[in-house]
Ligand binder design. Structure first.
Ligand SMILES: Nc1ncnc2c1ncn2[C@@H]1O[C@H](COP(=O)(O)OP(=O)(O)OP(=O)(O)O)[C@@H](O)[C@H]1O
Ligand SMILES: Nc1ncnc2c1ncn2[C@@H]1O[C@H](COP(=O)(O)OP(=O)(O)OP(=O)(O)O)[C@@H](O)[C@H]1O
Lengths: 216, 216
């Protein structure tokens, strides 16, 4: 069981806290805004109203012993930077900070913050690749009639489960695996719900794979 | 060569326009803000100052014939929803909209928008998985002394190139492939720069793979 601190309970911070807790780990949530602290109190292991730029508070919370601290402060770029610097100075080993824009991100990188995140740019790049490459990414020929091919999930698959698409019955296609973000799900269950950007690894007759390939 | 329209030139919209152009496609950028239109004019194929809620403007731009239209308007949730509805009404086939929060996203999904994106939540979930699973994801035993293992890139690899890490010289480990986001790079070049969340597929002596596994 790991211990994390998330500073700033915006949309990113809130989703991060929820997911870390869901994965079975302890999360300390910190925010200056009392309402946000109250809203997260039932989800986070501990929720504290505090100004994260205050070194005394961070030390009192024993934050230096956490597995990682995430600076999820957004619009206030100076608060984000000052908090990140303070965490580094008191000896936090693993600091991840969300950058509000490219300039802010460069400052954080120059400061030696372990990981700097750009959610908007990241998603834009993934969407761009999804929009342009409906082409087959990889193809393995099993015989002149059968193959295995990889392609980004057609748009009309997104949000649907594999059983809803009934590919085996309707197209004689078997989904061997799905790459979703940075994970790979081998032999996905029938209730697996396809997400935007997922890459589907399909086995089937060449003609059916071509049909799959033509769907956008 | 595909044709895309991106409405709203915020951080997400701007990164999307740049990446689509970089990938060799045509992009029409639309924003009400003259400064943002001017700033993107040298990158986008075409940049137009307009209110995207205005059906007459959208029709005049022939937007219904584009391969996809992305609604990247942020804070003004009503403008985002109204623009998405208008695009659907005039017959645009592929509409992708960025949701400002979960409530907004639900409205868009109920409206039948093809793809609804949540950049902050998406990145938070990917970060959460990266933070908790430094454990080996997959392991193939080649012999009692050698194996192939997969793990998320250690934090201190992020941002560095493979040649900087010099894994073959220093640890006798060969990087067979890197999964980055939704793509897989087989036999990556020495100048490949490791990104946050990347999954490394490594071949080497069991003891060295264990050392790699213990790095956080
Ligand atoms: N010094 C500080 N200490 C602790 N929390 C802070 C501090 N400054 C700002 N915050 C909090 O950070 C949170 C996130 O900031 P903000 O809402 O500006 O970011 P955002 O970029 O819109 O976030 P997101 O994109 O994740 O929704 C806010 O709840 C805010 O109260
Ligand atoms: N009706 C409209 N027509 C065209 N553009 C619009 C309209 N309303 C807002 N925009 C533009 O959308 C752009 C993005 O919106 P905004 O900056 O509020 O979003 P954001 O959530 O901060 O974006 P990001 O997270 O991508 O940086 C702005 O440049 C704004 O001028």
């Amino acid at each position: 069981k790991k211990q994390f601190a998330v500073i700033g309970i915006g949309r990113f911070g809130e989703s991060l806290i929820s997911e870390l807790v869901r994965l079975g780990h302890e999360v300390l949530a910190i925010d200056t805004d009392e309402n946000r602290v109250d809203d997260i109190a039932s989800i986070a292991t501990q929720a504290v109203q505090a100004d994260a730029m205050d070194e005394k508070v961070l030390k009192a919370l024993d934050i230096v012993n956490f597995d990682a601290v995430v600076v999820a402060i957004g619009g206030d770029v100076e608060a984000n930077i000052l908090t990140s610097i303070t965490l580094k100075e008191i000896g936090v080993k693993k600091i991840i900070a969300k950058a509000h824009n490219t300039m802010h991100g460069k400052v954080l990188e120059k400061m030696g913050i372990n990981m700097v995140l750009y959610p908007e740019r990241d998603m834009a790049i993934r969407l761009a690749r999804n929009l342009v490459s409906t082409s087959i990414i990889e193809y393995i020929e099993l015989s002149s009639d059968h193959g295995i091919s990889e392609r980004t999930a057609p748009l009309n698959f997104v949000g649907k489960s594999l059983e809803e698409k009934a590919l085996r019955q309707r197209m004689d296609i078997t989904i061997l695996a799905v790459r979703s973000g940075s994970e790979i799900i081998v032999s996905p269950q029938a209730d697996y719900r396809i997400k935007a950007g997922d890459i589907i690894v399909a086995l089937g007759p060449v003609k059916q794979l071509e049909k799959l390939h033509e769907m956008d």
